[in-house]
Design a protein. Structure first.
Length: 769
């Protein structure tokens, strides 16, 4: 057995349980070790049976003296046992509907028990349905086989208090409340099984590192025990046992990808030691150091991949120099109803400089909602067309792709150039025509979503790739699109403000351009939190807006009613508004992600031309939908959205230059905390400041919302919560590549293998930016 062995072959797992583990992302034995505990529970403080107290969850060691099974009048099976502790204390233990225990917990068996103690009027002290672990004959707290740590009980209790104070409060259950918990006592059995010979270039496991979970020490009590993320059909006891088995089976075969000199410079434990300490810790410092080491591994792999890409794309001669002539740009600018801002001209100059080089452009254009990124992208595309190259424009949704294709066709047709959309629902005949024109060079701009990534989409001379809202795609998908040209230039656009450390990770291989000013005449919407008592006034205001020929959105978090969550849903509320007296005579449209593409197109056309001036929708309109006549948006249950997502939604109104309103319809049950969070949007119109508040109030996990993709998925690392570790990993990556630019030295081969394994879908990452 080795680290890449399928987890089903680990003793006790099998194919059925392996399928359940697969739901947790565990496919191999090594994956099991990377499934780190979400927290730990301190069970070191063993209580003698005579000192058990009712009302608390406690851990004790005892011998089973007598047992019996019986059925209740309701058909329930009870298994009861009398236990006696080393101190002579007696108590009862009872399990419900676990009759099989009569064959396992027989008289004379020594057990470690962990559960809640109650006092029964007729039976005295009783522990109900505790976790149990069978101990070696004669094992006790005193002989070291339950708690082999060389500390006395008083010190152990003190250590337990240290754990609690360092990891959050501990209730009667003894479970710590923090995700970075503290340690436990070292179990017996530090011997390591003989290992196989190590491949060339592998770092050996550190001296003196033993598999802490091996030997006869208990796994489930008398120590700090790990608590893992689970899925249906798996238990904590199973996970602990399998992790222990994995450490014993493959511990000596683990290749440490981080070179010794980097570990020493950054004071990092070895990989095996980190796995042992994160699963079976001795102290809170153990867990912190182990988690940092494992997170460092994840960050280092990503940073090395990005650095390798950056170095490769810096090589001259890999891209087509695209130098515009101005023949298309001049008439295009003359027809624009506005002048570009200084910021737009500056960014355009940066893009033109990149395009003229034989090094492929990799530039991120970041700007707030409504800052004018689209016209900059259009001018970049026109420069590429002037140099006889083709352009691919990748949009995050089909609605936006079709909208952008129509805009490009409107701009380019007077210039003698053509644009088309290619999305999942494009008809067969239209698809065939588009692909033929594309391959022959007769189609200048192709706009689409993920359909552009398909192998059957071929360009004749792809020179520029524009990716809108990059975080929805991710670096690997961008790479697949870039492979369709000889290292085409790439412009990435994002309206989602991202903290600098996160931006370095998402876009570490990109140069940055910022649009910080808004076009003249653009007024930010007036944002208001509307209490339930003002709801009828709000509805009348929206109806009057629609009657004036303007457009209004109603945004809902759900498509249909949910039995689990008491929220207004789009489908029912569209019908409700249709029967409201204020909306008499006003046609109401419904738009959501489950609709067919043709239905969505029809709904959006009717909304744009005013046939249905009121649109009830889910967040499918979040990005890019451009209807200048839209002046009002109502968001129902705004507390269900992140501030950055609400800011994106707010950007859909007021695009025509007039006065606009963004109304957050608050439910009566809105908490004070949620109210204060939403007030941020009333006082802030700048997306970067909104994002900072969102991060501060909601934390890193919700920054981009559940619909956003492209963030690397780490098992341990936290891109925003571990900024210092991320910076250290970047520095280490640069140090390593200074010594070995291609990672071909023997000492770096395990690291190269780790990168290839982590990013197997796109490696290509050594070639794709």
């Amino acid at each position: 057995m080795d680290p890449t062995t399928q987890v089903q072959f680990l003793p006790g797992v099998g194919p059925v349980r392996a399928k359940r583990l697969g739901k947790l992302g565990i496919e191999t034995v090594e994956d099991l070790l990377w499934h780190v505990p979400r927290t730990h529970m301190d069970r070191r403080d063993l209580t003698p049976v005579s000192e058990l107290r009712p009302g608390f969850v406690q851990t004790t060691v005892a011998e089973i003296r007598a047992t019996r099974s019986r059925r209740t009048g309701r058909g329930m099976t009870l298994f009861e046992a009398e236990i006696v502790g080393d101190d002579g204390g007696r108590a009862a233990v009872i399990w419900f509907n676990q009759g099989y225990l009569s064959k396992t917990l027989i008289q004379g068996t020594r057990v470690l028990l962990h559960g809640k103690v109650v006092r029964q009027a007729t039976r005295g002290l009783q522990m109900q349905s505790p976790e149990y672990e069978i101990l070696a004959p004669g094992a006790s707290d005193a002989d070291g086989s339950v708690d082999p740590s060389p500390v006395d009980r008083g010190k152990r209790k003190q250590s337990a208090e240290d754990v609690r104070s360092g990891s959050g409060t501990t209730g009667p259950s003894g479970a710590t409340g923090a995700s970075r918990p503290a340690g436990g006592s070292r179990p017996a059995g530090t011997s390591r099984p003989a290992g196989a010979s190590r491949p060339e270039g592998a770092s050996r496991p550190e001296a003196g590192s033993g598999t802490r979970a091996s030997g006869s020490a208990p796994l489930h009590g008398g120590r700090v025990v790990p608590l893992y993320p689970l899925t249906a059909g798996l238990t904590q006891k199973q996970l602990r046992a399998w992790v222990q088995s994995a450490l014993v089976q493959i511990g000596t075969q683990l290749l440490d990808p981080v070179p010794v000199w980097i570990r020493e410079r950054h004071h990092l434990p070895g990989l095996l030691q980190a796995f042992e300490r994160v699963h079976f810790p001795e102290s809170d410092l153990d867990v912190r150091a182990a988690r940092d080491r494992l997170a460092f591994d994840e960050f280092l792999s990503l940073q090395l991949a990005l650095e390798l890409v950056k170095k490769q794309r810096a090589e001259p001669g890999t891209a087509l120099p695209l130098v515009g002539t101005g023949t298309l740009e001049r008439p295009f600018r003359q027809k624009l109803p506005f002048r570009l801002t200084e910021g737009q001209e500056r960014v355009l100059s940066e893009i033109r400089s990149d395009l003229a080089s034989d090094r492929p452009m990799n530039r991120l254009l970041q700007g707030d909602v409504g800052s004018g990124k689209t016209v900059v992208a259009a001018l970049a595309a026109i420069s590429a067309l002037e140099a006889t190259a083709q352009v691919a424009y990748m949009a995050p949704t089909e609605i936006l792709a079709i909208q952008q294709a129509e805009a490009f066709q409107r701009w380019l047709l007077p210039l003698g150039r053509r644009a088309r959309a290619l999305v999942g629902r494009t008809g067969a005949a239209e698809r065939k025509t588009a692909l033929s024109e594309l391959a022959e060079g007769r189609l200048d701009v192709l706009v689409g979503t993920h359909a552009l990534l398909e192998d059957w989409v071929g360009f004749r001379r792809l020179g520029l790739v524009i990716v809108d809202e990059q975080h929805r795609f991710g670096v690997l998908q961008r790479g697949r699109l870039r492979q369709k040209g000889e290292w085409p230039h790439c412009l990435v656009m994002s309206a989602t403000p991202i903290p600098r450390t996160l931006s370095l990770t998402l876009y570490g291989d990109l140069d940055l351009s910022l649009l910080t000013e808004m076009p003249p005449g653009r007024k930010p919407p007036k944002s208001h939190l509307v209490p339930p008592g003002k709801r009828e006034d709000m509805l009348r205001f929206v109806a009057e807006t629609c009657r004036r020929g303007e457009r209004a959105f109603f945004i809902y978090p759900l498509v249909e009613e949910s039995e689990q969550i008491d929220l207004k849903d789009a489908t029912n509320m569209a019908a409700t508004l249709g029967h409201h007296t204020a909306f008499e005579g006003i046609r109401i449209g419904l738009l959501h992600g489950r609709m067919r593409g043709e239905e969505k197109d029809q709904v959006m056309r009717r909304f744009r031309d005013g046939t249905t001036p009121c649109l009830v929708s889910t967040t499918v309109v979040e990005v890019g939908v451009d209807v200048p006549e839209a002046t009002v948006m109502v968001v129902e249950h705004p507390e269900r959205f992140g501030l950055s997502q609400l800011h994106q939604l707010r950007g859909r109104v007021g695009r025509g230059g007039g006065e606009s309103h963004f109304l957050m319809a608050a439910p009566g049950s809105l908490s004070q905390e949620a109210r204060e969070r939403l007030r941020v949007l009333e006082r802030e119109s700048n997306g970067f400041r909104v994002a900072e508040e969102d991060l501060r109030l909601r934390g890193p996990g919700d920054l981009l919302g559940t619909a956003q993709h492209g963030l690397p998925k780490f098992r341990v690392g936290d891109l925003i919560g571990d900024p210092e570790l991320l910076v250290r990993a970047r520095a280490a990556a640069q140090e390593i590549l200074e010594r070995d630019p291609t990672l071909h030295l023997p000492e770096h081969r395990p690291l190269r293998a780790a990168i290839l394994r982590r990013y197997s879908e796109g490696m290509d990452l050594f070639q794709v930016g």
